[in-house]
Unconditional design. Structure first.
Lengths: 527, 223
């Protein structure tokens, strides 16, 4: 590369307006980064308040009604505004075209539109707070969501608009992957992060429209009283649950598949070894995406669906464990015999494997009908999905941010500090959520503002852990700002990685590569 | 990646189209746009799919209610609208054909005809809606028709209005986009080298037509 980094995407154009109207996928990725970080901060503050209220038995800082609002907004913000756009729209937007050697995504204007959809949707969702808020939980279950006279409709409408953001990102990624790969990059030479984004995009395209119509019907139910979900008018509230989970279960994989893609990149890069079982990992990604459409009923074992349906859903749910285990074994096999460098990104990847395994195995427990009846709607479920979503997705985002930061901004993150953030977040996370498995097994139901004194000790431990996580993320924010301002200049390829994005300069030029790359080797040919 | 040909479609009437910087050629851009459109159409199918599934579920639970509900719909008006939409699908397909043949005038005429047929469809829809609203044949809670036999007959009209309403909204959006395409066609922007917007709106319009082909028998002719 030319030694000078003088001209790059960051200084290609100047001024706030150039950012708000940019069509460059890298800049749109940065816009997503900023907004996702802000939403994460807000959702995190809600989480801290929840744990503060639950620190001791009895009413502490908020009323029970206020608690319901906290719980609802924490869930809705974290799901719709943080985890779903978190990896695809932020890191994916930035790195998918770079990794396949393209100049941009296929439809840059739709890409920008997707960011505005997220912003407008989020604004509508937050409007809810000015109309007495929402207290249904992020799942908007009927009939309560029809009866509660609060600002639920705003939150629902906001989620509907944000859905378009997700659809547009997915559409862009599918077409980009099919049409814009550099010469020589066959499907079997694509980086595994691209494979995971591609599978995620399929889910976004096929599942999100169903959420769209569901939420539209819910709005119509509230505004006009159409009765489709209202038993008093002949409708069926369980149908809402079916519709909702037909989207929201695949959505869980929209959240975790790209995280798995990042982990594949990190494991192979930091063990300096060709990934073990490339095709198996790639195909298991597609496999998880395919199976994910046929498991939604496992959210409804106690909602009155037929026993035979329950058994089928239970069985298919357990099948998800197979491709997931294939990935995990391949990651571990990649580490084996590698020249492992314990930089912060690898620590986050190892943290992912550890936490995600716990989340996955407890998922099997919940997929078993007999145990599910006991654990349903208890803190066991809360702990399970936080192990997957936080222990999985957020760990991967953190690892990915530290890994790709030098490429995005041309500066090196202080690795020592980054490792401290890992220790705080990892330890804090386990302290927070492991006791919740026990609480759940003891029968503590979730989403309640209060609990009997007998549950207090474990709740105190959990709250203390949550503040440790909060501290860890605040430190991580400091580390990133510090690196932006004072970080050492990064070389083009500080980690010695083999994928295409490391072959261009840091930060990359406006059109990504000075010369269009021609691909002759696979993505992970280390040794 | 095999699209390395750089065919410059110069000459032949329309203004030359410059493909976006991240594509190699106009054909490359066209193939990407077309794939994107098909993907978009699949999201539309999934969205309507939710309504269709709901329809079948409740039709299974309350067959009598759905039968009674359909008697309030005028199948003749539905049939006329089916013919109107089929015709419009023909005219839009013809405008794509004439764009490929570089017949500017025929492109403009056929696009205008399609918009007009869309308007006819919406007018008939308006007549139907007005008579339902007048009779109190309304969704769910708003249902106020007094001589209904089946309980909760409003539920049938919830499906009727949601399905035809969402479909009608698509017709309106399609007409709006087509007006924009028509304006560009009048400016002479399309020809054999570049007609992506016509192709796009045509695909969308065919899907809207196709959805109606299912709505008509399900709602009007249900037994």
């Amino acid at each position: 590369m030319h030694g000078a980094h003088s001209h790059n995407y960051l200084n290609h154009e100047k001024g706030l307006w150039s950012w708000l109207t940019t069509l460059d996928h890298k800049r749109i990725g940065v816009l997503y980064m900023i907004s996702v970080f802000i939403f994460f901060f807000i959702g995190g503050v809600f989480a801290m308040l929840i744990r503060w209220e639950l620190f001791s038995s009895g009413q502490n800082i908020v009323s029970p009604a206020g608690y319901n609002q906290l719980m609802t907004f924490h869930g809705a913000i974290m799901v719709f505004m943080v985890i779903i756009p978190g990896i695809p729209a932020f890191l994916g937007n930035f790195f998918l075209p770079l990794q396949i050697g393209a100049k941009d995504v296929a439809f840059p204007r739709l890409n920008l539109l997707s960011w505005y959809c997220l912003m407008v949707g989020a604004a509508i969702a937050f409007m809810s707070l000015f109309f007495s808020g929402a207290d249904t939980g992020w799942t908007f279950y009927t009939p309560y969501s029809i009866q509660t006279d609060t600002g639920t409709i705003w939150l629902v409408t906001g989620a509907f608009v944000m859905g378009f953001s997700s659809i547009l990102t997915g559409l862009n990624f599918v077409v980009t992957t099919h049409k814009l790969r550099a010469p020589g990059m066959t499907f079997w030479k694509m980086p595994l992060f691209v494979w995971s984004l591609y599978s995620t995009a399929i889910l976004q395209i096929l599942a999100t429209p169903v959420l769209g119509i569901t939420l539209l019907l819910l709005v119509a139910e509230r505004v006009l009283g159409i009765g489709i979900f209202d038993p008093a008018l002949g409708g069926d509230p369980v149908l809402f649950q079916h519709f909702f989970w037909f989207y929201s279960h695949p959505a869980v994989y929209i959240m975790i598949l790209p995280a798995m893609g990042i982990i594949s990149e990190l494991i192979t890069t930091y063990s300096r070894k060709t990934i073990f079982g490339y095709k198996a990992i790639a195909l298991s990604t597609v496999g998880i995406a395919a199976v994910s459409f046929f498991v939604w009923g496992h959210h409804m074992f106690v909602s009155g669906q037929s026993e035979i349906a329950g058994i089928i859903f239970s069985f298919i749910t357990m099948l998800v464990g197979v491709p997931t285990a294939i990935k995990t074994f391949n990651w571990v096999a990649t580490l084996y015999g590698g020249s492992v460098r314990f930089d912060a990104p690898l620590l986050y990847a190892l943290g992912f494997i550890f936490l995600f395994t716990i989340g996955g195995v407890t998922g099997i427990i919940l997929a078993t009908i007999a145990t599910n009846v006991h654990f349903h709607d208890t803190y066991f479920v809360v702990a399970h999905f936080h192990y997957v979503m936080v222990g999985g997705t957020l760990m991967a985002i953190m690892g990915g941010v530290y890994h790709w930061f030098p490429k995005m901004f041309g500066r090196i993150v202080d690795d020592g500090m980054a490792r401290i953030t890992f220790v705080l977040i990892f330890v804090g996370f386990n302290v927070t959520f492991f006791p919740q498995f026990v609480l759940g097994a003891m029968g503590l139901p979730r989403r309640y503002a209060d609990y009997p004194v007998a549950y207090e000790a474990l709740n105190k431990i959990s709250s203390i852990g949550s503040w440790t996580i909060g501290l860890g993320f605040l430190l991580a924010l400091y580390v990133i700002i510090h690196a932006l301002k004072r970080g050492e200049k990064a070389g083009d390829n500080p980690w010695g990685a083999r994928t295409l994005e490391w072959q261009t300069s840091s930060p990359p030029p406006h059109e990504n590569f000075d010369k269009p790359p021609v691909v002759t080797a696979g993505p992970y040919e280390y040794r | 990646m095999s699209i390395a040909k750089t065919t410059t479609t110069a000459g032949s009437g329309p203004k030359p189209h410059h493909h976006a910087h991240h594509f190699e050629s106009a054909e490359h851009e066209f193939s990407a746009a077309k794939l994107g459109l098909w993907v978009f159409l699949s999201t539309e199918i999934l969205m309507f799919g939710g309504l269709f599934v709901g329809f079948f579920i409740f039709h299974g639970i309350y067959p009598e209610m759905f039968k009674e509900g359909s008697t309030f719909l005028d199948w003749r008006l539905g049939a006329v609208n089916t013919v109107v939409l089929l015709l419009s699908s023909f005219t839009i397909a013809t405008s794509v054909y004439y764009a490929q043949k570089n017949n500017q005038k025929a492109v403009v005429l056929n696009l205008a005809a399609t918009i007009a047929l869309g308007a006819v469809f919406m007018m008939i829809k308006y007549i139907e809606y007005a008579s339902k609203i007048e009779a109190g044949l309304l969704p769910g809670q708003l249902f106020s028709y007094e001589a209904a036999e089946a309980a909760n007959l409003g539920l049938y009209f919830s499906f009727y209005f949601c399905m035809t309403g969402l479909h009608g909204l698509h017709v309106l959006i399609g007409m709006g986009v087509m007006a924009w395409v028509l304006k560009r066609a009048i400016n002479g922007e399309f020809g054999p080298g570049y007609y992506t917007p016509i192709e796009g709106i045509a695909l969308f319009w065919h899907l809207v037509d196709l959805i109606w082909i299912y709505l008509f028998p399900l709602l009007y002719l249900v037994e």
